[in-house]
Ligand binder design. Structure first.
Ligand SMILES: [Zn+2]
Length: 279
């Protein structure tokens, strides 16, 4: 009991972190419960989600912009996302606090985090699905935040087979555009002037990023890539998988170059929806 009370200190501190519990849990699962700094196991109840680029930089956008430039990171790098989060022991994180690592160290940790983004997103969807199934409901979150549930018990719960009756299927939307029509169009994005049609891969990357950014701003639901985009040199098609898509929100989607080519249920395209496979 005493040790439990002592260990509650980081839990209380942990609550100050505004990262939603499902994301915190997904991140911890994605790293298999290992602290990114000391490489030793860390219990869920003790894990601290560290921002590689400290979140206080969000309060000084100019400083953040300068660092992103200096560190050769994307200008739209998301400080508040899996690409910038790593799980660490409370104590391992204490030493770092709000300091900004040097370029090499930052890029090293960001490369680790980037490699975990897809897995973390999949784990998160899985957690959401478990919660939606009503099996865990609030009890999971309470148990987790109070440190009452062991790592093994949680893993066991998450490994249980979902009930087929209440399986919630994602919606798959395919977005497409004709690459050369885009160049001829007067409505093309402004940044296109910095490139020419031979920059197909770079321009495709940027178009996809724009699309994801726009969708993120419109939608409250989670979405991810179920497969890589289709690029044949003439067209670009992007399939995205949406969990619990709100149609009203989606109707606000407007684009001068993207066209919605198809809306389908997950099983229509990929067969029975069972669970997310880790890549
Ligand atoms: Zn550690």
């Amino acid at each position: 009991m005493l040790s439990c009370l002592i260990e509650n200190k980081p839990i209380l501190e942990m609550k100050k972190q505004h990262i939603p519990p499902r994301k915190r849990f997904a991140l911890w699962l994605a790293y298999k419960g290992i602290c990114c700094y000391c490489k030793k196991p860390v219990d869920y109840k003790d894990v601290w989600i560290d921002h590689i680029l400290p979140e206080h930089l969000l309060k000084t956008p100019e400083k953040l912009k300068k660092i992103l430039q200096e560190y050769e990171l994307d200008s739209d790098f998301d400080v508040e996302d899996y690409c910038n989060w790593i799980p660490a022991h409370w104590r391992c994180n204490l030493e770092k606090g709000g300091t900004v690592f040097d370029k090499g160290t930052t890029r090293y940790y960001i490369s680790i985090a980037s490699g975990k983004v897809t897995t973390a997103q999949e784990k998160e969807l899985r957690v959401i699905r478990e919660l939606e199934r009503g099996k865990l409901l609030g009890s999971l979150e309470i148990a987790l935040s109070e440190g009452l549930l062991s790592k093994q018990a949680l893993i066991t719960i998450l490994q249980q087979e979902p009930s087929p009756k209440v399986r919630i299927e994602p919606i798959i939307i395919t977005f497409g555009l004709n690459y050369y029509d885009l160049w001829e169009s007067k409505l093309c994005p402004d940044w296109l002037n910095d490139y020419d049609p031979s920059d197909y891969p770079i321009v495709c990357d940027l178009l996809e990023k724009d699309l994801v950014k726009q969708l993120k701003s419109l939608l409250t639901c989670e979405f991810f890539y179920p497969e890589a985009s289709g690029r044949n040199g003439e067209t670009l098609s992007v399939r995205l998988s949406f969990m619990q898509l709100d149609e009203k929100e989606m109707r606000r989607f407007k684009s001068n170059w993207w066209e919605i080519l198809e809306i389908a249920s997950y099983s229509d395209i990929y067969g029975e929806f069972t669970e997310y496979q880790s890549t």
